[in-house]
Unconditional design. Sequence first.
Lengths: 323, 379
Amino acid sequence: MSASEIAIRARGLSKDFAQCHAVSGIDLTVERQQVYGFLGPNGSGKSTSIRMLCGLLTPSAGEIEVLGLKIPEQADILRQRIGYMTQSFSLFSDLTVRENLEFLAAIQNMPRRQAARRIDELISEYHFIEQQNQLTGTMSGGQKQRLALAGSVLHQPELLFLDEPTSAVDPESRRDFWEKLFELADGGATILVSTHYMDEAERCHRLAILDHGLLVADGAPTELTDVLDGRILKVRAKRPRRAKQVLDNVPGVISATHIGSTLRVLLDSKQLSKEVLKRALVDRQISAEIEPAQANLEDVFVAVTDKQTASAHLANSDSEEAR
Amino acid sequence: MRLLNKLNGRRIAAVLIKEFRQIFRDRVTLAMIVGMPIMQLILFGYAINLNLRHLPTAIVDEAGTSGSRQLLMDMLATQIINPVVYAESPQQLIDMLRRGEISVGVVVPQDFERRLDANQEVAQVLVDGSDTVLQSAASQLAQMPIVQGARAAVVDNNLQSSIPLPSARIDVVSFYNPQRVSAINIVPGLIGIILTMTMVMFTSVAIVRERERGNMELLITTPISAAELMIGKLLPYGLIGLVQTSLILVLGLLLFNVPIRGSAVDVYLATILLILANLSMGILISTRAQSQFQSMQMTFFVFLPSVLLSGFMFPFDGMPKAAQWLAEILPLTHFLRLIRGIMLRGAGLLEMWPDMLALLGFILLMMTLAILRFRKRLD
């Protein structure tokens, strides 16, 4: 991979705040024209990482190179080439749709005529023709978020940082929003998006899973789930709650989760066979059917964030696969 | 750092336009901008009159001679006292005073003529000393050259001890405000009060609000510099300050005939100095305050001492030394000296350079502190 194909490269990225290590030693490589996801629970260091990558926060340690620029030293130049969408709506609620876009265009120092053309383009492309003179404070969550995206791509940035953009919108708006992201990526933009929704994470080209400031796994969604092949079992039992109690105590079981009337069981290795589980259940007079199941990102997430067993496990197998 | 980058006029204009759009959409703020000066001007100009007249009074004339009647007529002619009840004896006067029915009692003793000849106190003014403003109004009365030959009167402070006044008559001559109209003194000061209140509050709230609503997080990821943002945000409020000043000057002239004896240019120059001082203080507050409520609190923390110590409410010279030192720190104190000098005494701005210098120093200090702190915020 040549340097020009890489949008973001970070090595040993760390940030310590007064009370905590928000981010500890993250290595990251994001290729151009990708939709790259940050998956992690609240407080896992997603926002802090994004803020460091676009030069808003100075890292405590580590090196960052974004679009070939050294960050934070060259953050001023970078600011003209990136778009940034904050977690909460950050446009002016007492300005109209058009006024907000006009303001952003002027701030980006776009030539007036070009700005006017681009704003018209965005207003029709993002379906704001009838609402262009409406105060943004009176719009719905989905509309606000659509406008925020339009605002962040106004100056056609090469790189887009989106910090949990869909946390406050309904599922349909989320789907539309993601369609827009892929359109942008097709148009040449690189997108770094943080989320805590598994379905969104699954749609990314590549994914980094963050937990407590550590990067616990990264790769394409299918790579990540393939690691768990043969380690997911579906258990159908008469008394699932009782069965869960039993299974939780079987050594080698990372988790057993209720999914409707079945249990989804995550094992810490393929070696543990379903016969072992079956025997454990029968010993307690619980009859059960057990069958293998396809791993999904939620399983990956549970596996890599499990403290005792998994992180070492998955990190090892992941790096082996990478080679 | 970004602050020292070249300023971009387009960006500053964008912030300025945005700010004006927001102000004009915010009816409450708009009403405050125009309503507050008008309301305060009328309130202070008409209602608050520190120069007392028509104090409820009872008079006992035990002498009943033509001379004593002449004395009383002269006293009434001052309009300071207004006889409201009839009393027969000094004792009755004291009782009425205690019950609060009257504020002032005047007693002319039986031997009025003899005392006049003997150069003794010819009359007694009893006053409710619990109100110091009343007291001084009454001593004003006592000090007036009432009747030819009458040398002094007695002010009985707490109705117990009679303290004779110095027998020499003190003639109070009021320069620049011979009619003692409070409005003339208050209107120039009011410019300072209103600017201190609105400028500090509007700027600090305007900046904190953007942080509260998350606008700042967006702005700092754009190429706009801190200086461009500050200038764009402050200019509208500075202009509003000048509009308010003009409003007060015009209304002061129309309603109270408050003159501008010095040059109007000097008035506006002094005003601009105060506006800058207050705007920079507003920014400094905004860098500390976490919420709009906090910035309001901090504004009042500055505003109250400004009103009380600057010389707007009470004469500067009458305050204890420590309070005077504290007052010297406040920009309003210096502005009041400047604006009263220019408007009422016709002084030039340069003649009062120490106060000008003090304001400039204050602006410089506040701006430096604000910029230092604002930089940190951007990181």
